[in-house]
Write a protein of this length. Structure first.
Length: 546
């Protein structure tokens, strides 16, 4: 039998196909009730419904489900007396029993069936816990009776969730096992598992991550490591007396970052809304309200390109500290990253997906944007360098002209040419400091260098991991910056921010001087593991199949 599903090639609408499959399920149940065998019901249904039907393996399993119901047995029962997890049994007995040794300890365990060997009067089944820990179940004709073992051989398939109660023993080969006195199906799997001895394709892993979690230890580990990293960040903030907040996902004005937003419409108010691109402007309102240390870990949405480090929906950490600066946030960010590595992997030196070691420990390097660009060009570039001269330099380097260009955009464009095209240029953790004012409308002007702002971007292994500002809190200057952004939008810059009058009004109440930082959780996982962003996101958005 094969499991060549026809879902992707169906000529029917979604509703039509769902109704057809429902009718097929009902037809199989009717055939089972009428006395057909499982195989007979499956074969009859396949010929009756044709190419739009369930795959053959699914039909057989649907028929087994129907047979269980006919016999008065639930294929999806409510409760089992699970006394121990597979992990707990492993932890307690591993290495303590000799081959063939038996105990009188009785446990009730449950797990997914990953292996079956149905031979003679003794059946072997490998059960897996959610984290991949496995244990062997042994079903003996002598122990459970001839009818029970016959039923086991007939009903149980790979992928089913199975409950087993029995004594803990070591088999003759020394395998830790549960010697069953009773068993039952805890949840019948209607679709077969992929071949566990073969690596899943990237397409399978991305579109059906639940399969990857079952079949691939790396995927399970990523889900758990992501949880550990987020827990580490929250503990760290809690110890620093930061308060966690939640701010709106739906916003009437998009702002807080230079990015293209998603738009939607709210019927109740009959207004257009934006999915937020950043929580920044609302977290700053909390500073105005007296929450002096605040952070948020939540989703952001940006209607832009997709690649190894960019996704349209991603998890963002932002934090703000009253009376801090971008220097304060640099120390905070370094500690957050280093401690998350230590809490998750036990070291500041992490092992990447390709086996390479990467050191996040110690002090991190700092460079300035204007200084490093001047060094690469072989001439001094300052905030006074003209747009024309910068454009001439860009033309000589063959850089494409952008729709809306100004001094700041050209400086960043030139800098990126030298420092981001080759990831090894900024391989070690590096703070790139002091950006052009034109590209940083929410940032305070530098204390000693005119024309630049107190902003840094943190680069790790050649990609941007985090950013931070000494936050602009002058409402008059903020309005000027917003107006400049609005003009850039009219000139064709679709990433420019709108004018947020409510935020300016909040600043007018008085926001204390503050440092703020933002870091993508997905990118932090990339930095710690060497994975792509799709591998760090549990359920990445993918383009639907036709």
């Amino acid at each position: 039998m094969t499991d060549e599903t026809n879902d992707e090639q169906s000529s029917l609408s979604t509703v039509e196909r769902a109704e057809l499959l429902m009718k097929q399920d009902e037809a199989i149940a009717e055939k089972i009730d009428a006395g057909s065998s499982v195989d007979e019901a499956a074969e009859s249904s396949l010929s009756e419904f044709g190419s739009e039907s369930h795959p053959e393996q699914v039909l057989v399993r649907v028929a087994k489900r129907a047979e269980m119901l006919k016999e008065g047995n639930q294929p999806y029962p409510v409760h089992f007396d699970v006394t121990s997890t597979i992990e707990e049994v492993r932890a307690h007995y591993d290495g303590k029993l000799e081959a063939g040794e038996e105990t009188t300890d009785v446990v009730g365990i449950a797990g997914r069936v990953l292996f079956l060997r149905n031979t003679g009067g003794l059946c072997f089944v490998q059960l897996a816990a959610g984290d991949g820990t496995t244990i062997q179940g042994m079903i003996s004709k002598r122990e459970v009776g001839p009818e029970s073992i016959k039923r086991f051989k007939h009903l149980v398939d790979l992928g089913d969730h199975l409950f087993v109660r029995g004594r803990v023993i070591a088999s003759k080969t020394g395998e830790l096992s549960v010697f069953a006195t009773e068993w039952d199906i805890a949840a019948k799997a209607l679709r077969p598992l992929p071949a566990l001895h073969k690596e899943l394709s990237e397409e399978q892993s991305t579109r059906k991550p639940y399969l990857a979690m079952i079949a691939d230890e790396k995927t399970r580990t990523m889900v758990r490591n992501r949880a550990k990293v987020v827990a580490s960040l929250r503990r760290n903030f809690d110890e620093r007396n930061y308060m966690e907040a939640e701010t709106p996902m739906l916003q009437t004005v998009h702002g807080g970052a230079a990015a293209r937003p998603f738009t939607t419409h709210m019927n109740a108010f009959d207004i257009d809304l934006y999915l937020r691109i950043a929580p920044e402007l609302f977290l700053k309102r909390l500073l105005v309200g007296g929450i002096d240390r605040v952070f948020e870990i939540n989703r952001n949405f940006r209607n832009e390109g997709v690649d190894a480090t960019h996704a349209p929906e991603f998890t963002m950490l932002e934090a703000y500290q009253a009376y801090g600066t971008y220097d304060t946030m640099a120390e905070l960010t370094k500690n957050l990253v280093q401690r998350s590595a230590m809490d998750t992997f036990g070291s500041h030196v992490v092992t990447l997906a390709d086996g390479e070691k990467y050191d996040l420990g110690g002090e991190w390097k700092s460079i300035t944007m204007y200084g490093s660009l001047s060094e690469s060009l072989g001439e001094e570039i300052t905030p006074e360098t003209s747009v024309k001269h910068l454009r001439d330099l860009a033309d000589k380097l063959g850089l494409e002209e952008e729709a809306a260009e100004n001094h700041g955009k050209l400086v960043e464009h030139l800098w990126e040419h030298f420092y981001t095209e080759d990831p090894h240029t900024l391989w070690a953790p590096t703070f790139v400091r002091d950006f052009p004012v034109e590209t940083s409308p929410l940032t305070k002007s530098h204390r000693s260098v005119p024309g630049v702002v107190e902003k840094w971007d943190l680069y790790v292994r050649g990609f941007e991991l985090a950013t931070a500002y000494s936050e602009l809190n002058d409402p008059v200057v903020q309005r000027e910056r917003f107006v400049q952004q609005a003009k850039q939008a009219m000139e064709g810059d679709d990433e420019a921010m709108d004018i947020d009058e409510d935020f300016i009004e909040a600043l007018g109440i008085g926001m204390p001087p503050a440092g703020g930082m933002g870091m993508g959780i997905d990118r932090l996982l990339i930095a710690l593991t060497g994975a792509t962003i799709r591998e760090t996101v549990t359920f990445p958005l993918v383009k639907p199949l036709k």
